[in-house]
Unconditional design. Structure first.
Length: 246
């Protein structure tokens, strides 16, 4: 039980009459790399946004080390420092350099002094291959570079879990590889991650578990070799066939 970081229990989310998530159950243990796959509109991004408290669930529980973050008085910025998120649209501050973007969370949320924050920011920018660009502003960077800065910013908070919401979907094809390479390295180092992705080869090769969502529910989940090579549900077979034949 001590290795369990997150537990999602009977999670639901509706927007008006539209039920986007229905009775979602799964747990995240230390070191897990969980890839969430499924067609657009299946609820994948909404699931991550609920876990990160960007959306308030309509029902169910999200337990972080046993505490339900949806029910108790939670310091949301402090929680997000522990359960970080990387967005498809980067969400960098346009008026700040790469270094400043990586420092601001540490100084504002974690109240670290500037010297410590800068040292940590430089370490993680180097880790994602962005040391030469620490003084560049977002407009001076390619999409792949912006996303690597966004990953460094999230890592600088030293989260227990990092959520990725389709981190390569806004990138040109030639830039996808550089971001996936960073994520592969993080997986190999044991970072706990939940990744919403359309990159099927990446999901197959990197994840410890794959979750297939369909119409707001978890239709099937299991080890990648099992789910990709021998899917049980017809919906999973049809979804994967589109990628295999595409």
């Amino acid at each position: 039980m001590s290795d369990t970081i997150l537990e999602i229990r009977h999670l639901s989310k509706s927007f008006g009459a539209n039920a986007v998530l229905r009775d979602i159950d799964f747990s995240v243990n230390k070191g897990d790399v969980i890839c969430v796959i499924g067609a657009s509109g299946s609820g994948k991004s909404t699931l991550l946004r609920c876990i990160n408290m960007l959306e308030t669930p309509s029902g169910g529980e999200i337990l972080f080390h046993g505490k339900d973050i949806t029910k108790e008085r939670v310091n949301v910025p402090a929680y997000r420092a522990k359960v970080g998120m990387v967005f498809q649209s980067f969400n960098l501050f346009a008026n700040m350099t790469a270094l400043q973007n990586c420092m601001i969370g540490m100084t504002k949320v974690q109240k670290k002094d500037r010297k410590t924050a800068e040292k940590t920011a430089r370490y993680y920018l180097d880790k994602v291959g962005m040391s030469p660009y620490i003084h560049a502003k977002p407009r001076q960077l390619s999409g792949g570079q912006k996303q690597r800065v966004a990953i460094a910013r999230a890592l600088a908070m030293e989260p227990e879990v990092l959520l990725f919401d389709e981190p390569t979907s806004a990138l040109d094809p030639q830039m996808v590889g550089e971001v996936l390479s960073v994520m592969r390295n993080l997986a190999q180092e044991g970072l706990t991650m939940i990744i919403v992705t359309h990159e099927m080869a990446f999901a197959r090769d990197v994840s410890s578990r794959v979750v297939f969502m369909h119409n707001g529910v978890i239709c099937e989940e299991g080890p990648p070799q099992e789910l990709f090579m021998n899917p049980k549900k017809q919906e999973t077979k049809e979804f994967l066939a589109r990628f295999l034949n595409g």
